[in-house]
Write a protein that binds this ligand. Structure first.
Ligand code: NAD
Ligand code: UGA
Length: 465
């Protein structure tokens, strides 16, 4: 079966870039990305490519090439479902904030709504592709809704988790380490798997396309994120030991990473991992383990999140302690608000928790981030509900110019590893600060010797000096 029309429900950080790359690489396939968020769809259709709703290096060029050729963004969900032979579900699956599993389980209401909408509209056979990250066995729930739709269409459910990382989404999509496709082992299931394999095979080498049963595929996604986050928490745990012992966490990371069994990636100590998925997916895994009575497994993985919370807390505690145990009324500049460089995404960013802790100590916090809008910053703080929105706006200001942001500051904290931070005129920044001038480098990106030569009291995560 050759796929000619694809619909993707959800035009977010995954749906948008993924479909843009499929459309660019497969000019014979018509790709329609739909979303209920009208503003988001309007932004995807904006003639000015600077206004795309998602910032990803290289994405604008791909959208420019494919948009209105075979890539379309629309709010007409029903029409797109009707016309497509293959439907990707790429909606958000946040941690539940209510009821059973609150704070742990994935909230599947958006997934179920999609399944019900497909069931209502589809009159012909369809292949449904789970692109969102889902708890293992979700495919059976989707299948049950679709098989009871009352119409004669038949459905195959595939799991095709996405492994792109933000900031490098386009490169990850163009050159994936692997594409994972899970499906039913019946002849119809195998046909559906092959149809999706044929889409990816247009640009991904065949030996990188891996097929498994549905449950292995669903669980592999949660496992991959748990392993990646575990490495960050492990190196962050070592960073605290380094600070006590005189070892340097970067040297330790290099030394262990040269062992090919360990490998060098994901060993960068930081103020803590953020992003929409690591914490959410591990908590989901913990919930699944608990629901099967596997308490030891649950406790093991939960520790990765607890360690991450500790890392964020100890970073802000260290700032307060170093500034003579009080930051009340002091200006502290945060460089970076995004959860990593090269993205405007701030979900679960360590900066949010660090800022909140400092605001609770009555610091005057000033934020500069090259890509994050001020309203996003205030919204992130409001979501925590620690204090009234007016108080957040009173205590925290957002600056568009980094030098202005740092002027008269008592301390600077580097919270995102944006490249531009390493190119600043740090002498000029030092000259304009209160003295002693402190820098707390939560990403370890600045040159310690240069900073100390200028006169800063410089703290780097995972290093004693
Ligand atoms: P997102 O919040 O950026 O986008 C989801 C979109 O789905 C939103 O625009 C929302 O309006 C839309 N939506 C929700 N319900 C809908 C419905 N019924 N009909 C139409 N549109 C609907 O989320 P995201 O970051 O793209 O993540 C989507 C999924 O992919 C999640 O399960 C996530 O875990 C997974 N994932 C994310 C990343 C990442 O880097 N962000 C990477 C891999 C996997
Ligand atoms: C992560 C995974 O890397 C993707 O494979 C996955 O598809 C995605 O989650 C998802 O499921 O959403 P992402 O969160 O976009 O991607 O970004 P990462 O590069 O993994 O970084 C996550 C966080 O860990 C960031 O805050 C980053 O700064 C931090 N990190 C990462 C470190 O502190 N140290 C490291 O060595 C690596």
């Amino acid at each position: 079966m050759k796929i000619k029309n694809i619909c993707c429900i959800g035009a977010g950080y995954v749906g948008g870039p993924t479909m843009a790359v499929i459309a660019q690489q497969c000019p014979d396939i018509n790709v329609v990305v739909v979303d209920i968020n009208e503003a988001r769809i309007a932004a995807w259709n904006d003639a000015d490519l600077n206004n795309l709703p998602i910032f990803e290096p290289g994405l604008d060029a791909i959208v420019k090439e494919a948009r209105n050729r075979n890539l379309f963004f629309s709010t007409d969900v029903e029409k797109a479902i009707t016309n497509a032979e293959m439907i990707f579900i790429s909606v958000n699956t946040p941690t539940k904030t209510y009821g059973k599993g609150k704070g742990m389980a994935a909230d599947l209401k958006y997934i179920e709504l999609c399944a019900r909408q497909i069931a209502k509209v589809a009159k012909q056979d369809k292949i449904i592709v789970e692109k969102s990250t889902l708890p293992v066995r979700t495919a059976s729930a989707i299948k049950s809704i679709l098989d009871n739709s009352g119409n004669k269409a038949s459905f195959q459910i595939l799991s095709n988790p996405e492994f792109l990382a933000e900031g490098t989404a386009v490169q990850d999509l163009l050159h994936p380490d692997r594409v994972l496709i899970g499906g039913d082992t019946s002849p119809e299931g195998e046909k559906a798997i092959q149809a999706l394999v044929d889409v990816y095979a247009q640009w991904v080498p065949k030996n990188r396309i891996l097929t498994t049963n549905v449950w292995s595929s669903e669980l592999s996604k949660l496992t991959a994120n748990a392993f990646l986050a575990q490495r960050v928490s492990s190196i962050n745990a070592m960073s605290e030991i380094c600070e006590k012992t005189g070892a340097d966490v970067n040297e330790v990371a290099k030394a262990i990473g040269m062992d090919t069994r360990i490998g060098p990636k994901f060993l960068k100590a930081s103020v803590g991992f953020g992003g929409s998925c690591f914490q959410k997916d591990i908590l989901n895994l913990v919930y699944i383990a608990k629901s099967y009575g596997l308490d030891e497994v649950a406790n093991y993985w939960e520790q990765v999140v607890l360690m991450n919370n500790h890392q964020k807390q100890r970073f802000s505690d260290h700032i307060v302690k170093t500034l003579y145990n009080t930051v009340s009324g002091k200006k502290i500049t945060l460089l970076g608000w995004a959860f990593k460089k090269d993205t405007n995404d701030t979900r679960e960013s360590a900066a949010i928790q660090v800022a909140d802790n400092l605001l609770s100590e009555q610091a005057h916090v000033v934020v500069y981030d090259p890509k994050v809008a001020s309203e996003r910053i205030y919204a992130d703080l409001e979501y925590l509900n620690t204090r009234l929105p007016e108080q957040n706006r009173q205590l925290l200001t957002v600056e568009k110019d980094p030098y202005k942001a740092c002027k008269n500051a008592h301390a600077i904290a580097v919270l995102t590893e944006w490249d531009e931070f390493t190119t600043y005129n740090w002498q000029a920044i030092f000259d304009a600060m209160e003295k002693p001038a402190f820098v707390f480098d939560g990403r370890g990106i600045l040159n310690q010797q240069e900073m100390e030569d200028i006169g800063f009291i410089y703290y780097k995560i995972g290093s004693q000096r």
